[in-house]
Write a protein that binds this ligand. Structure first.
Ligand code: ADP
Ligand code: MG
Length: 727
């Protein structure tokens, strides 16, 4: 037969699960063993050096050279004792993946000998040859250098035999070329803004940390079948393929039994993740066949982001050992669910309080309401900023496709909190509050924890939902670096919290008591942010109409969603807080668009190639067989077309589909050429979106028809039923 697909299927039959022997020790015995964490630091550093590093982590103070030397030596000794031979600055360029360039510890010295060395200067800063990372025009050739600089907030770790040091990546002129630097800045800003608000309630609060708990969804496919699909290899998604007879309609995969082969893989990457201190806790089958989810316990946001990137990397590496390939793409298969990465977001204080968890009394509940309502208002004012933060070519397939959250940003809070906000909105009267008013309000607010216990609302169609003690941003894509979403949410909330403090202080200045000032301001915010709250079905047509009436945006594709980044108000938001300059924002805009264009370009090329070199040849081959058959039948009966009407119909149908595919592929190539000639990146992205992309579906309609006609033995591409149902 010779088809790669048939060979891959044969191999599959012989595949046995590659069982993992879990370490005999308890997780607590090996958890974090590959991390140079605070405990390791304490035992390896002098007291003063340890203090200096802790101080740098807490306050951002500079680490002096002698301390850096000590830390570097300690890291090297620790890592070498664990078998490490190399070190690298591990960073997050705007490509979306992580980057590393390994250098050996050894250095040749005189007499042909060598020693192992790692100095503070190498730990603190390096200059990778980084001219080919995306920079959106920030680096001209004369200032092409980029620097990586140590981020002591996130501990160094060992991957394989390499000591990895998390770093930021900046240009020679100090501009961010990565995801981490703006994230660190915004985390600092939200800390200050939220701490100021906390002071109204508790003077002991002097630090607020942003917490992030992500939930990573992914698909697994057999490696041999994957390799026989150029589209999966090149673009991470199936560009063609008829939906299998059975998909997810029986709901039999969600929370189903995990197969031996899959479980062996999951256990394997979980063990490696746990050794790296990634607190992976939850695993389950997802809704679509061969779709799964992995979720850790939430952590401080910067660490959580690093851990997510590290986990995605581990998942890909370890999948190969099990003859699987992991698909992190947002929509690998049409017709079944795509993958997201819910970002559970909250704020927590140095006193151990979750600011989005209702408290035990009216005072702590007022604090809860303050953060809760300010967050809603922050999203309401700048929903487009949130939408832009999750825009990508791959996530476009998901948003608005009746499964994942819609492209319209709204906030869900549940019926009981809705009622509470409605009451607050109405019960606070203009002018001075009477003591009776205050008591009534306090009683009301005091009821919140009680309400929350019964709050079982779980609206899965909302992109931004309150889930009891955190907001869950569900529109984030499965391939995304969570930093983008965290940057947007925290920038918006910090801006709002700062405005809140100013307004409340002004009310106090004007004679209101503190609680009264807070309540009145909250009432105002409830009113102003009402339009963003939506409790109904986010997938329905009704909502699209209603949202339009409310004036909410429905930005369906990446070029339209990113457009906001060029607006003065967007730039002002990030500039005012000192997080990104105008130049940095516009550079990011360029990079995002560029990535969008390149992704569509790759998909379009692969699709064209597959059509011309896989699909049309298979169809024509089968058609030739049919023609031979018709000729044969005619020769034995002596009559033309005798007994071959079905064959003739098939021959005709194949020709029609072949013609259409051939025509569309050529038209698509023409559109691509036209788009490529456009100089302006945003026009080019729009041309790819509006003129090239529509051909994908048109072509697919006909390829999928052919798949249903052509002899299964002749069809070279693994089918969706094979990709999705082999375990
Ligand atoms: P689900 O949303 O699937 O029902 P959970 O509510 O238990 O599950 O939590 C989902 C995720 O939310 C987990 O990753 C968890 O760590 C995270 N999470 C829980 N509390 C917080 C918090 N305060 N801040 C950030 N993430 C949180
Ligand atoms: Mg969840």
């Amino acid at each position: 037969m010779g088809s790669i697909r048939i060979k891959a299927l044969d191999d599959l039959g012989a595949r046995k699960p590659n069982f993992v022997k879990a370490p005999a020790d308890k997780v607590s015995d090996y958890y974090g063993m590959n991390v140079f964490n605070v405990t390791e630091m304490r035992s390896h550093l002098t007291k003063d050096a340890y203090k200096a590093v802790m101080n740098a982590i807490d306050t951002g103070a500079r680490i002096d050279r002698s301390v850096a030397d000590q830390v570097a030596t300690a890291m090297k000794d620790w890592a070498m004792a664990k078998g490490a031979t190399h070190y690298t600055h591990w960073f997050q360029p705007l490509t979306g993946s992580t980057a590393e360039k390994h250098d050996a510890f050894f250095e040749p010295i005189e007499d042909g000998k060598a020693i192992e060395r790692f100095e503070g200067s190498l730990l603190i800063q390096q200059e990778p040859d980084a001219s080919s990372f995306p920079n959106g025009g920030i680096r001209n050739t004369f200032e092409a250098r980029g620097y990586t600089a140590w981020d002591p907030h996130s501990p160094a770790f060992i991957l394989g035999t390499t000591l990895c040091i998390p770093t930021i990546f900046i240009s020679y002129t100090g501009e961010a070329l990565d995801y981490k630097m703006p994230l660190l800045k915004v985390l600092d800003v939200i800390d200050k803004a939220a701490t100021d608000v906390c002071k109204y309630f508790d003077k002991n609060i002097n630090k607020v940390t942003c917490t992030l708990g992500w939930e990573q969804e992914y698909f697994l496919v057999d490696a041999a079948l994957y390799n026989a699909r150029p589209d999966l290899v090149m673009s991470g998604r199936a560009l063609v393929g008829h939906i299998s007879a059975k998909g997810q309609q029986l709901d039999d995969h969600y929370f189903g039994t995990i197969s031996d082969r899959v479980l062996a893989y999951i256990q394997d990457f979980e063990i490696e993740a746990l050794k790296l201190g990634i607190p992976v806790k939850t695993r389950h089958n997802e809704v679509a066949p061969n779709q799964f989810e992995c979720a850790p316990v939430f952590e401080e946001a910067n660490l959580a982001v690093d851990h997510n990137l590290l986990l995605m990397d581990l998942m890909e590496k370890i999948a190969r050992k099990h003859n699987f390939r992991v698909l992190l793409h947002e929509k690998p298969f049409a017709g079944i669910n795509g993958s997201g990465k819910h970002n559970n977001w909250s704020l927590s204080t140095n006193t151990g309080v979750n600011l989005l968890a209702p408290g035990k009394n009216p005072k702590t509940n007022l604090r809860f309401l303050t953060f809760f309502i300010n967050t809603i208002k922050a999203i309401a004012d700048n929903a487009d900023v949130l939408r832009a933060s999750i825009a990508s070519a791959t996530n476009d397939h998901r948003l608005g496709a009746n499964e994942a959250p819609p492209a319209i940003v709204s906030v869900f809070i549940g019926s009981q909190l809705t009622e509470m906000l409605d009451k607050l909105e109405k019960s606070i009267q203009a002018g001075k509050m009477t003591p009776e008013d205050k008591t009534a309000l306090k009683l009301n607010i005091g009821k919140i924890p009680q309400l929350m216990l019964d709050n079982t609302d779980r609206n899965r169609t909302s992109p931004f939902a309150f889930t009891g003690n955190k907001f869950e941003f569900r529109a984030v894509g499965s391939t995304a670096n969570c930093s983008s979403a965290m940057l947007a949410i925290n920038t918006l909330v910090a801006t709002q919290l700062k405005a809140f403090t100013i307004s409340v202080d002004a009310r106090i200045e004007a004679g209101d008591k503190k609680d009264e000032a807070i309540l009145k301001e909250l009432q105002k915010l409830i009113k102003e942010s009402k339009k963003i709250r939506f409790e109904g079905n986010g997938y329905g047509e009704e909502w699209v109409k209603e949202a339009k009436k409310r004036g909410l945006s429905n930005l369906k594709d990446t070029p339209s969603a990113l457009q906001v980044m060029t607006s003065p108000s967007y730039i002002k938001l990030f500039e005012d807080l000192g997080i990104l300059s105008k130049r940095e924002v516009l550079a990011r805009y360029e990079v995002e668009l560029e990535t969008y264009i390149l992704k569509l370009q790759i998909e379009s090329r692969v699709l064209g190639d597959m059509c011309l070199t896989n699909i049309l040849p298979a169809a024509i081959k089968y058609q030739s067989q049919l023609i031979t058959n018709v000729q044969g039948l005619a020769s034995i009966s002596g009559k033309k077309n005798n007994g071959s009407s079905a064959q003739l119909a098939l021959i005709k149908s194949i020709s029609e589909h072949v013609d259409r595919i051939y025509q569309y592929v050529h038209e698509m190539v023409d559109q691509r050429k036209k788009a490529n000639k456009l100089e302006d990146t945003s026009k080019k992205a729009k041309a790819y979106c509006d003129n090239v992309k529509p051909y994908f579906d048109q072509i697919r309609y006909h390829t999928d028809k052919l798949e249903q006609i052509v002899d299964d033995q002749v069809w070279a591409l693994p089918k969706l039923r094979e990709l999705l149902f082999t375990k």
